[in-house]
Ligand binder design. Structure first.
Ligand SMILES: Cc1cc2nc3c(=O)[nH]c(=O)nc-3n(C[C@H](O)[C@H](O)[C@H](O)COP(=O)(O)OP(=O)(O)OC[C@H]3O[C@@H](n4cnc5c(N)ncnc54)[C@H](O)[C@@H]3O)c2cc1C
Length: 460
């Protein structure tokens, strides 16, 4: 087994920034990412050998990425690309699908695996043609692809307007945007953006483009049903209230080929769970956040967390958190001295606290509203991998099941390809009707390798 000083999982802004910071201090760094190129979600690049003259990454924050790329060239670090980490075992031992580096033991470990999109279950959500908005962005950024036919964008939050305008610019036929929250709420949120004028200006530009192209935005509307025989053909949507509860008698129908959904993001905590770190349940996220000290170290000594897997805070926060973790790890490994780094670390911590407002802002926008659960019918699949429907989940709960693990064992929910990423949030939303916040906090779940699907030959 290989032994390494500092290993990082994830090559988004948090992971790269930690790698560069630590390597600059002389730490021996190994950076592991499942993608062929660095960048993470926001700076995702075209996959070689594909080529495109169009540049799809977020231009507003591109300077951060360009600076990081330049800094990276000046330091020595080992980058294991196209390498999936599929398990964390005792003593910070990582298992990967890289045949040259199958088992790596880390002295210090940073988990910066990012976040994933919050799923919402409703009749027809598993039809081909219904995809996530982040998935649409991944196809655009990594392969230059736009969705097929008439495309509806739905959910809530800034990514709807950003991606809708990105799709329109690249030739997609976007027929509308459904925003679950009200225009009034948006006016309030826009007011809070006054402290980030560049972001506000970007938002105005997206909305202006959609208006110019006559793409309607329906505020206070949610998708109620997706219909089609072989694949998506039409979407039925309704007005909702501030709890995102569909309002009967307000149904409208649109012929649609692709539906792109985003109701926010959930921090990925599969590795912090696997490593046995402490977490706190957050009902607004329908997920967990690892418990960290102010240097971003978890309850397990030597295991750190930075970026979106510590709560969705945007690229700038991910970047600064990477710097904090990288600096503290260099200190713990004895590569820098305490007096030398003390003031640098406290400056970074202050900067990080200043960015908390944006994390709070996003949290308010994306906070789960239980009215969405009214979309479920007894036959709606909650777990698409194992085809477990709403009726089976409620029967199991009514027969006395009281934990996520119990429901999983009794119904097979969460045992498929996605390992619970798609169904746990919906079930946690349902459970919040039955349990108090304190009880939900005790409802942790157990994870087991592999964290993501991998070929059997790698496992053998
Ligand atoms: C789908 C999606 C789309 C987004 N789009 C935008 C946008 O357009 N504009 C914007 O401002 N913000 C966007 N965000 C938010 C933004 O990406 C983040 O706030 C910020 O960039 C987070 O950086 P990070 O380093 O924490 O995580 P990420 O950038 O998500 O990087 C995490 C990295 O870890 C890798 N990884 C995860 N698991 C494993 C594993 N098991 N083995 C190996 N590698 C692994 C992932 O492939 C990824 O490269 C998006 C987020 C998501 C999830």
């Amino acid at each position: 087994m290989e032994e390494k000083d500092f290993v990082i999982i994830g090559t988004g802004p948090a992971g790269i920034s930690a790698a560069v910071t630590a390597a600059k201090s002389g730490v021996d760094v190994t950076l592991i990412g499942e993608d062929p190129r660095m960048g993470g979600q926001i700076f995702r690049q075209i996959i070689p050998p594909l080529y495109s003259q169009t540049h799809y990454v977020d231009t507003q924050n591109e300077k951060i990425f360009n600076n990081l790329s330049e800094e990276k060239k000046k330091v020595h670090l080992q980058f294991l690309s196209k390498t999936l980490v599929w398990g964390i075992f005792d003593d910070k031992v990582l298992a990967t699908d890289n045949k040259d580096h199958p088992l790596i033991k880390a002295k210090k470990l940073l988990i910066s695996e990012g976040a994933y999109e919050a799923p919402v279950a409703f009749p027809g959500w598993t039809l081909p043609g219904v995809i996530t908005l982040g998935g649409t962005q991944i196809l655009l950024k990594s392969q230059g692809l736009i969705p097929r036919g008439r495309t509806l964008v739905a959910g809530t939050g800034p990514l709807l307007y950003y991606t809708a305008s990105q799709l329109v610019k690249n030739g997609a036929n976007v027929v509308g945007v459904l925003e679950a929250s009200s225009l009034f709420k948006w006016m309030n949120w826009t007011f809070r953006l006054i402290r980030a004028p560049k972001l506000l200006w970007k938002g105005i530009q997206y909305l202006t483009l959609l208006k110019k192209r006559r793409i309607p935005i329906y505020y206070n509307h949610v998708v109620a049903k997706a219909e089609g025989t072989e694949s998506l053909e039409k979407v039925i949507f309704t007005k909702d209230n501030n709890n995102w509860e569909p309002q009967e008698g307000t149904e409208k129908t649109l012929d649609v080929d692709t539906l792109c959904l985003n109701f926010g993001f959930i921090p990925s905590t599969i590795f912090t769970h696997m490593a046995g770190c402490e977490h706190e349940f957050d009902p607004t996220l329908r997920g967990w956040i690892p418990t960290l000290n102010n240097k971003l170290e978890t309850s397990k000594e030597g295991i750190f967390v930075a970026g979106d897997c510590n709560g969705i805070g945007g690229v700038k926060k991910a970047f600064v958190e990477g710097q904090i973790a990288g600096t503290e790890i260099a200190l713990q490994l004895g590569q820098v001295s305490k007096p030398e780094t003390h003031s640098f670390l406290s400056r970074l911590q202050k900067k990080n606290s200043r960015l908390n407002w944006y994390q709070k802002f996003l949290k308010d926008i994306y906070a789960f509203r239980p009215g969405l659960l009214k979309l479920l019918t007894p036959e709606t699949f909650i777990c698409r991998c194992e085809e477990v429907d709403f009726k089976t989940i409620t029967n199991t709960l009514e027969n006395g099941a009281w934990s996520l693990d119990q429901i999983k064992r009794l119904t097979r929910m969460g045992m498929g390809r996605c390992q619970g990423r798609f169904c746990f949030p919906t079930v946690l939303g349902i459970l919040s009707k039955y349990y108090s916040q304190k009880e939900l906090n005790q409802l942790d779940f157990s994870t087991r390798p592999p964290a993501k699907p991998l070929p059997l030959k790698e496992l053998i």
